[in-house]
Design a protein around this ligand. Structure first.
Ligand code: PLP
Length: 380
């Protein structure tokens, strides 16, 4: 049996999405910028996709800009903030995805970087946010992720954005890559100016995403040279993938409350069963205020931390040690460094989708028990 518990890294593409993509590739090959019938057909599918996405997230179609991925949106927002809005300060956290964390640091000579304090559970401490923003001077960007990809902490983004927007000259961005298509999102209620989304995290294709930019928010292009996306993101649109992304978001959000309840229960069963076989296991993912798809665990030192992921893989279980983006690189994650992880312990992130089931949970727990038994025998 093969079990895929690495859905925070990427998700399997939905079969309906594959149909939409292949049909678009086969029948709608025109360039949306061409004025003849073939171009017009492509343009129609492009704009229909934009309308679908906008409607789902409570936005206007003109507020959706298609691009290549979450990393690009994050870079574009920071670039726009520094080069176009001339922000003096960027307020962010030490547990952002590298596409924000590193990109912000690239501008450390241009702006002041302020890291917002976090609670023990990894959420921005909203009780301290007022005091920090009250002394802000000049235009500033607050960029805080909705949910953390490595350990699942979920911010109260609605409240965070409300607080931040109550101060003058503050723009708010949220990296919503892990929550778009996973939680109900309504941009009428979440007062961010910018948001980042990526199709491959909600059963869409890789290499396509979108940036939400609230109307009237100043924006400049990071990629120039064409007039696509109203000049804000040049380059011929990846139409088939964009159409697939719109379908993926539709499918991901059709039954959200039911899917969330299902994922919560799957994760609870997993948490309880794994705790029953390894009583000393700890959970980095907080019980309250976390994303239902993620369970980040801290295995005790008797497990071989270097070999654990490989051993699980050999038993057919795909999961991850922290962020997929840094796994393989022998560098400790800047995110995990913010938490008290006992020396020699391995953090393993199991992340779920609605396509996982209880049999897979049982299989995975059985295999972990097998690993533990093998350890006992080798030590005997
Ligand atoms: N932001 C977060 C929170 C992520 O988890 C990821 C991917 O892991 C990204 C950004 C990057 O997205 P993409 O893979 O579309 O570039």
């Amino acid at each position: 049996m093969k079990v895929y518990f690495d859905n925070a890294a990427t998700t399997p593409v939905h079969q309906e999405v594959i149909k939409v993509i292949t049909s678009s590739l086969a029948t709608n090959f025109g360039n949306p910028s061409s004025s003849h019938h073939s171009g017009r057909e492509a343009k129609a599918q492009l704009e229909e996709s934009r309308r679908k996405i906008a409607k789902i997230i409570g936005a206007k179609p003109s507020e959706i800009i298609f691009n290549s991925c979450g990393t690009e949106s994050n870079n574009a927002v920071v670039y726009n903030a520094v080069k176009n809005m001339h922000v003096k300060t960027i307020y962010t956290t030490k547990i952002e995805h590298p596409a924000i964390f590193q990109t912000v640091q690239n501008y450390q000579n241009d702006v002041q970087i302020v890291y917002l304090p976090l609670t023990k559970s990894g959420q921005v401490d909203l009780t301290k946010l007022h005091a920090i923003l009250a002394i802000n001077q000049g235009p500033a960007l607050v960029t805080v992720m909705h949910a953390n990809n490595e350990m699942g902490a979920l911010n109260d983004l609605k409240e965070l954005a409300r607080i931040a927007k109550s101060y003058p000259e503050i723009y708010v961005h949220s990296d919503m890559v892990q929550t778009m298509g996973h939680l109900p999102i309504d941009m009428h209620e979440i007062l961010v100016d910018f948001a980042t989304a990526s199709a491959h995290k909600f059963h869409g294709p890789k290499g396509v995403g979108f940036m939400y930019v609230r109307q009237t928010t100043p924006l400049c292009a990071m990629i120039t040279g064409g007039s696509q996306e109203r000049g804000f993101r040049s380059g011929t649109e990846n139409l088939a993938s964009i159409a697939g992304m719109a379908t993926a978001l539709e499918l991901a959000t059709t039954d959200l409350p039911k899917d969330i309840a299902y994922l919560e229960s799957l994760r609870t069963v997993f948490r309880e069963k794994i705790k029953a076989i390894i009583p000393e296991i700890q959970f980095l993912t907080p019980e309250e205020g976390s994303l239902c798809t993620v369970l980040s665990t801290i295995f005790p030192t008797r497990f071989d931390s270097d070999a654990l992921l490989f051993q699980l893989d050999m038993k057919g279980i795909a999961c991850s040690g922290g962020s997929a983006c840094s796994s393989g690189a022998n560098k400790p994650s800047h995110v995990l460094a913010q938490f008290d992880i006992p020396a020699g312990c391995k953090v393993v992130r199991f992340s779920f989708s609605k396509f996982n089931n209880l049999d897979e949970v049982d299989y995975c727990v059985d295999k972990i028990k097998e690993l533990q038994d093998e350890l006992k025998h080798s030590m005997a």
